[in-house]
Each structure stands twice: as structure tokens, then as C-alpha cells.
Design a protein around this ligand. Structure first.
Ligand code: PEP
Ligand code: MN
Length: 270
């Protein structure tokens, strides 16, 4: 299957970003709020993540909200806060790009650019991301097959950027108990046809705080190359996605057996 993936053969993959390695031999843990709400809260969250030994943080400045009446993000101000916090803490930032007109400004402020589920098929955006040097996290479209997702990655690779990380964030099924359905089988599937790392987002896939631990452990056990988890010091008071956001106590619980589980796959924490 997928014979015409010209750039995704089974070969080595390695990104070195601020001396941290992202590869299929390491495990990349990204945590942080759904959205940047203000500078102080972001700094406090990221400082705590750093204390916990985490190297990557996330936070949305531009949000793709289903309703136009919901908070759309701090936009430019949010980018500035993310950069300031990253510079101050030395932590690696991840934030979503929602429009091709923002590529330059986001690439200047953010270490790793994320393409959200709603933009996986925005090929003009993917081509532009092929022209920058920042790594790109490409989320799976909520209604996309694995083949369509890998071809979306191929658009970025063909345009010239080899540093693509895939992120499974749940797909739409008939099930309504969870926000989406986490497709764990995407992990071994991707691994058998592509050399790109694949990380799991248990937050947007379940939409439920009570499931983050089991889905995270399941992802590690299935051989995922990382996790991206929405985390906040006060999940109930967040503006966006509070039902799925966890606190530091729960994050610590998730991390506790991590080294043991990822060692099943010969992996080390990145
Ligand atoms: C996010 O990670 O902030 C996000 C909006 O995720 P998704 O695109 O998977 O819905
Ligand atoms: Mn969110």
C-alpha cells in the first residue's frame, strides 16, 4: 500500500531542536494549555512543566473554534507571550498555525508549528510549511484516512521540509461518549509504511479528563513516539477545552511509569 509516498520510506529520522532529539528512538512529551490566556499563567504552567523534566510546551495563540462567538485566541499577543516564555525557560514551544498568511510571523516566534485537524487538507498552507526550517506537527484530519494523512505529510516533505511529526488526535465515528475516537492502530500502521514519528493527542481525541491517563499509557504501550496533553494548573477555570484538560498531579501520574513503558520499544525520553 501507499507505493507512491516518494519521501516516506523506512529510513532514519532525527530532529535536533535546542539539543533535544525527536526521533523514533525517543519519546517526545508535550504539555500545556489549550490556549494562551495571559503571560503570567503561561509562565507559571511552563515553569512547572520544566520542573517536572518536560522539554516541550504547547499553547494556542490562534484558535480554530467551531463557534465564532467563542474565544479565538490572543493571536499576535499570544505569539509574543509564547516566545517570551520559551526564551525565559529554554523550553521548546509548539503552537498552531491556522492560515498561510501567518507562516513568517509564527515561524519567527515558535519552535514547532502545528497544523490542526481542520487544516490537514489545506495544501497551500502545507506547501508554505515546506519552505521553512521549523519542524511541523501535522495532525490527522478528523475524517481522514491514514493514507490521506500520509499524503498530506508528503506535501510538506515534497515542498522541502523533512521535519514532519504526525499526530493522531482522534477521528469522527458514530460514538458520542467521547469527543472523537482515538485510533490507536494508526501508530503501528504509520510505523509500517513511513519513517515519520507519530505522537498521540489523548486530549482532543477523548475530550474527557478521566480518560487521559489510560489513553496515554495505551499510546506508549502501542509504540507512540510521543504525547501531547492539554495541561493547566486549574483545568476547571480554563477558557477553552477545560473538560479534557488535566492538572499537574494527573500529569505526574501519567509520567510515573513512562520510562518503563517506553523501554518496551527501546525508547528514551527526549
Ligand atoms: C489543538 O491542539 O489545539 C487543537 C485545536 O487540536 P485539533 O486540531 O486536533 O482539534
Ligand atoms: Mn484544545
Amino acid at each position: 500500500m501507499f507505493d507512491n509516498l516518494k519521501h516516506q520510506k523506512l529510513k532514519d529520522f532525527e530532529i535536533n531542536i535546542k539539543d533535544i532529539i525527536i526521533s523514533r528512538d525517543t519519546f517526545t512529551l508535550i504539555a500545556g494549555p489549550c490556549t494562551v490566556e495571559n503571560y503570567e499563567d503561561l509562565l507559571s504552567i511552563v515553569s512547572q512543566l520544566k520542573k517536572m523534566g518536560i522539554k516541550f510546551f504547547r499553547g494556542g495563540a490562534y484558535k480554530m473554534r467551531t463557534s465564532p462567538y467563542d474565544f479565538q485566541g490572543l493571536e499576535r499577543k499570544g505569539l509574543e507571550y509564547l516566545k517570551k516564555v520559551s526564551d525565559k525557560t529554554g523550553m521548546i514551544s509548539v503552537s498552531e498555525i491556522v492560515s498561510s498568511e501567518d507562516v513568517k510571523i509564527i515561524a519567527e516566534h515558535i519552535d514547532i508549528l502545528q497544523v490542526g485537524t481542520r487544516n490537514m487538507n489545506n495544501y497551500r498552507l502545507l506547501h508554505k510549511l515546506g519552505k521553512i526550517t521549523n519542524p511541523v506537527i501535522l495532525k490527522r484530519g478528523m475524517s481522514s484516512t491514514i493514507e490521506e494523512w500520509l499524503f498530506a505529510a508528503e506535501h510538506i516533505l515534497e515542498a522541502g521540509n523533512p521535519d514532519v511529526i504526525l499526530c493522531e488526535r482522534g477521528i469522527r465515528t458514530f460514538e458520542t461518549y467521547t469527543r472523537n475516537t482515538l485510533d490507536i492502530s494508526a501508530i503501528p500502521a504509520v510505523k509500517s509504511v513511513s519513517h515519520l514519528p507519530v505522537i498521540i493527542d489523548p486530549s482532543h481525541s477523548s475530550g474527557r479528563r478521566d480518560m487521559i491517563k489510560s489513553l496515554s499509557w495505551a499510546a506508549m504501550a502501542a509504540g507512540a513516539d510521543g504525547l501531547m496533553i492539554e495541561t493547566h494548573f486549574s483545568p476547571d477555570s480554563t477558557i477553552c477545552d477545560s473538560e479534557q484538560t488535566i492538572d499537574f498531579t494527573m500529569l505526574a501520574e501519567i509520567i510515573q511509569p513512562m520510562e518503563k513503558i517506553i523501554s518496551l520499544w527501546g525508547k528514551k525520553l527526549g
